[in-house]
Design a protein around this ligand. Structure first.
Ligand code: UD1
Length: 425
């Protein structure tokens, strides 16, 4: 079994370059199927979710070529099937974007319900509501979502919940629908803007991405495009929080600091010193930390994807902090593991109450989701002793060679193969 081994009581010191945004890339790659022309996508993160998507695109008949660095060419002129292989689709959440894309391209798609991180109930009713409004019929048959439309027609869609996935998926289906689509109460995440920019580069007419009203004028065809994926604000935030929690110093580069405004503001409230440049942030965690209230919200609120790393930081801020998870109902699975390390955390509904200022003691930890796993690395770095983290496959879904990145930051995180977490048992 693969695990990550962290040494404790270490301070981060160094520089790290942030890669392309996972949550943009996992929509942009499938979006390339909307054109029969070739596309070039740069700054792709080398993470397992992207590897799986490439496999799916190939299975559907696309020609995929990697060039130097982080660049990929996709030619989907020969894509012939509307039914991606279930074994690949099941493994990650963002496979749901194949629904919007294949519906847009073929007027038909058959796909299993998406897999991905278990963050509690993650319905896709808003995606379905959007497809239905565009004129599609949706059926659920033995775990397969079957969607078909004689013709997609633009529609006015008001989302009941602010959903990143539904906003992007409806956008993907609507770019080639006849007439105009309006998505109201749309999510405003930077990744949505990035996907819209890619669609527009292919010849789509999407305006308003980044606001809560997105208007899409359907076009009959899309063409060739080149696009560079935006930097991953969640990866950047993870390293920033790690530097703060270890009371270290980090220069986090190749980012768009504006996308990190809510994180920068909250870290400053905690007492972390931050210097912000045009495409970098310098973090100095060597000052007194204070307890804070954090509430996760859709962008531009504090990102739910940084809730778990933030919780680890708050275990080091003397006093009582409150961390309220407003986006996902069941996103506190990391709490029990952190408690094994001696973290004083109580859960009351959607709020975690953290009594900070106490040392963490290393314990074997099992990552059960991507961001929880990243938080455990940070916890391992600040604890006493060595920490073994299993469930590394969750972390690899969204962070490229996480151990090497932390090594660049001057701390010891190693990937090992072990047979058992507890020798002798
Ligand atoms: C995306 C991100 C994920 C991030 C999340 C919130 C990707 C691949 N993943 O996930 O990293 O944590 O946004 O920023 O981009 N909901 C419904 N019905 C729906 C859709 C969503 O009720 O049809 C609910 C969800 O259960 C959740 C909330 O809406 O409570 C927000 O979910 P959503 O924004 O859709 O998250 P994802 O797109 O799954």
């Amino acid at each position: 079994m693969e695990c990550l081994l962290t040494k404790g009581k270490q301070r981060i010191k160094g520089e790290v370059r942030v890669n392309g945004a996972k949550n943009a890339a996992v929509a942009i790659l499938p979006a390339s199927l909307l054109t029969e022309g070739a596309v070039r996508i740069d700054n792709l993160p080398k993470i397992t979710d992207i590897g799986r998507l490439v496999e799916i695109l190939k299975a559907l008949g696309a020609k995929v070529t990697f060039s130097e660095g982080r660049c990929i060419y996709i030619d989907s002129s020969d894509v012939h099937t509307f039914s991606p292989p279930p074994s690949l689709v099941n493994t990650f959440r963002a496979s749901y974007y194949l629904m919007g894309v294949l519906l847009g391209r073929f007027g038909k798609v058959e796909i299993p319900m998406p897999g991905g991180c278990d963050l509690g109930p993650r319905p896709i009713d808003q995606h379905i509501k959007g497809f239905t409004a565009l004129g599609a019929q949706v059926e659920l048959e033995q775990g397969l979502v079957k969607i078909k439309a004689k013709k997609l027609r633009g529609a006015h869609i008001y989302l009941d919940v602010v959903s990143v996935g539904a906003t992007i998926n409806i956008m993907l289906a609507a770019v080639k629908a006849e007439g105009k689509t309006v998505i109201e109460n749309a999510a405003k995440e930077p990744e949505i803007v990035d996907v819209a920019n890619f669609l527009n580069a292919m010849g789509a007419h999407v305006v308003g991405a980044g606001t809560d009203v997105i208007k899409i004028q359907g076009v009959s065809e899309l063409g060739q495009a080149e696009h560079t994926v935006i930097p991953d604000r969640i990866e950047a935030g993870t390293f920033m929080i790690a530097a703060a929690a270890t009371r270290g110093e980090a220069l986090v580069t190749d980012i768009i600091p504006k996308h990190l405004d809510p994180v920068i503001a909250k870290l400053r409230e905690v007492g972390v010193q931050l210097e912000v440049g045009p495409d970098w942030v310098k973090v100095n965690g060597n000052s007194e930390l204070c307890p804070v209230d954090v509430k996760t919200f859709p962008y531009p609120g504090f990102p739910t994807d940084l809730q778990a790393p933030m919780m680890v930081l708050l275990t080091q801020a003397p006093g009582i902090s409150f961390l309220t998870e407003n986006v996902f109902e069941g996103r506190f699975r990391h709490v029990d593991e952190l408690k094994k390390m001696g973290a004083r955390i109580k859960l009351g509904g959607r709020t975690a109450i953290i009594e900070g200022g106490h040392e963490l003691i290393s314990a074997p930890l099992r990552a059960m989701d991507l961001r929880g796993g990243a938080a455990f690395i940070i916890a391992g770095l600040i604890s006493h002793g060595e920490t073994i983290i299993t469930g590394v496959e969750h972390i690899d879904r969204g962070y490229e060679q996480i151990e090497e990145r932390f090594q660049q930051l001057g701390v010891s995180v190693e990937r090992r193969i072990i047979s058992k977490v507890f020798p002798g048992k």
